[in-house]
Design a protein around this ligand. Structure first.
Ligand code: NAD
Length: 280
């Protein structure tokens, strides 16, 4: 297995380009799954207040042989906490649950433009406080469209280091990715294999057969070659090992372009312009 590359963010910090996502992993299974991932060589974990498993992620890191500094941990502000005072309380809760005094990356999970009077700018300014305090080494956003990002650029002092958005071969979001590239915002691709949706695609299956790789490996490799940061989710040991084993081969530009051409504008998740869910 080749080594995992790091990308340099617009604030000079580095981030492992590949990690482990824990969305929809039951808290009861999270310590085990995260430990399996760490043992398989993952050094980047993507959690969120909304996932309800930050405490278990922290426990898995603490119980491993690794130093805290060897694992990149991301969490995200839950949708109910966009008001600055709530965001501060929620962020304290994240650090307490993870059992750490800093996160490597903290994100606004959704822009919620129809809530809070559309004021995600104040929320972003609160994340800037966490960054200035050193309690979030980097800060970013998730599910932001170019028009949301533009407001942060125009109205605040610090641009996001990353934008975590849905990207996979059936939903390539070329416009959002181009905006991010132009503004030095790294793209993190969530649901990188479309929660399994793209794995039976004939183009992907045929490339995988020819290269003696699995469809998931081919799609994850496509992301890596597009400079996306990815963190596929699995609780199955074989898949956890399979997904990280993508650093000893390359897709030709022809194969890579054939995968990009599969885009059909098909989301697996909600539309950030209308999504307004606040968990109970
Ligand atoms: P994913 O694309 O990683 O797919 C996960 C599913 O695919 C798993 O449940 C498993 O059933 C299957 N799978 C995994 N590896 C496989 C393999 N090798 N072969 C066959 N099937 C396999 O989807 P995801 O979990 O939605 O996204 C990954 C991570 O992105 C999440 O865990 C989370 O950290 C993040 N995420 C963020 C947001 C956001 O709004 N910011 C939304 C969704 C996900």
């Amino acid at each position: 297995m080749g080594s995992i590359p790091s990308l340099t963010l617009n604030n000079g910090n580095t981030i492992p380009q590949f990690g482990f996502g824990v969305f929809q992993i039951d808290p009861a299974d999270t310590v085990k799954a995260t430990r399996l991932a760490l043992e398989a060589g993952y050094r980047h974990i993507d959690t969120a207040q909304m996932y309800g498993n930050e405490r278990e992620v922290g426990q898995a890191v603490a119980e491993s042989d690794l130093d805290r500094s060897e694992v990149f941990i991301t969490s995200k502000l839950n949708n109910g906490y966009h008001e600055p005072a709530d965001a501060r309380r929620a962020f304290d809760g994240t650090l307490e649950a993870l059992g750490t005094d800093y996160v490597d990356l903290f994100l606004i999970h959704w822009p919620l433009p129809t809530r809070y009077g559309g004021d995600y700018v104040s929320t972003w300014n609160t994340l800037i406080e966490f960054y200035r305090e050193g309690r979030a080494r980097s800060i970013g956003v998730s599910n932001f469209q170019p028009h949301h990002l533009r407001r942060l650029h125009e109205e605040t002092e610090l641009p996001p280091a990353v934008n975590q958005i849905e990207v996979h071969p059936y939903f390539t979001q070329d416009d959002v990715r181009a905006f991010c590239r132009e503004h030095q915002i790294a793209v993190e691709a969530w649901s990188p294999i479309g929660q399994g949706l793209v794995l039976d695609d004939p183009t992907i299956v045929s490339i995988a057969r020819r290269l003696d790789k699995t469809p998931a490996q081919v799609v994850l490799r496509w992301h890596i070659q597009h400079d996306h940061i990815v963190f596929p989710k699995s609780v199955t040991p074989e898949r956890i090992a399979e997904n990280i084993d993508i650093f000893d081969f390359e897709l030709s530009s022809q194969d890579s372009e054939a995968i990009s051409a599969l885009d059909r504008g098909q989301r697996t998740g909600p539309d950030p312009d209308t999504f307004d869910m606040i968990p109970e």
